[in-house]
Write a protein that binds this ligand. Structure first.
Ligand SMILES: [Fe+2]
Length: 146
């Protein structure tokens, strides 16, 4: 999947984080397709570790921002984030399974659609826009976000 404007939630920092997540999901999917030597396993492991760590950073940052703008469905989003983080940890344990690649690719595509298309991009987007129009000069994000 590539980034496209319709995925924007209206905040450049959240969008930048989402772009980074898409890139790292693509890197995991690409490297998982050829796990046949040490170099490719290493590449996959690196990509997966990055996705796992960066997802945690992103989820927490997003939850903080949702709190700040008064987004009412934060609990639902938090639960979704937690279950995605859990799945990401669990999927590693199934690497020796013959279904691993299929399971992983399915999970990654669900991750994107669930996280960016359904939840983030509907009401959340409207809340971001409303907050921005009321507080045009206020940063919505923490300075430590990267
Ligand atoms: Fe997000």
């Amino acid at each position: 999947m590539d980034w496209r404007e319709s995925l924007s939630v209206g905040d450049p920092h959240v969008d930048a984080m989402h772009k980074k997540i898409i890139e790292s999901i693509n890197a995991v999917a690409r490297s998982a397709k050829s796990l046949n030597d040490n170099a490719s396993v290493l590449e996959y492991t690196k990509a997966m570790n990055f996705l796992r760590e960066y997802s945690l950073i992103h989820f927490r940052a997003e939850e903080l921002m949702m709190k700040k703008i008064g987004y009412p469905h934060i609990k639902v989003q938090q639960e979704l984030h937690d279950s995605m983080s859990y799945e990401l940890m669990q999927i590693e344990g199934r690497r020796s399974s013959c279904m691993f690649l299929m399971d992983l690719l399915k999970f990654l595509s669900n991750y994107l659609t669930e996280h960016m298309l359904s939840v983030d991009n509907s009401e959340y987007r409207a809340y971001v826009a409303r907050y921005r129009s009321r507080h045009p000069n206020e940063a919505m994000h923490d300075k430590s976000w990267s």
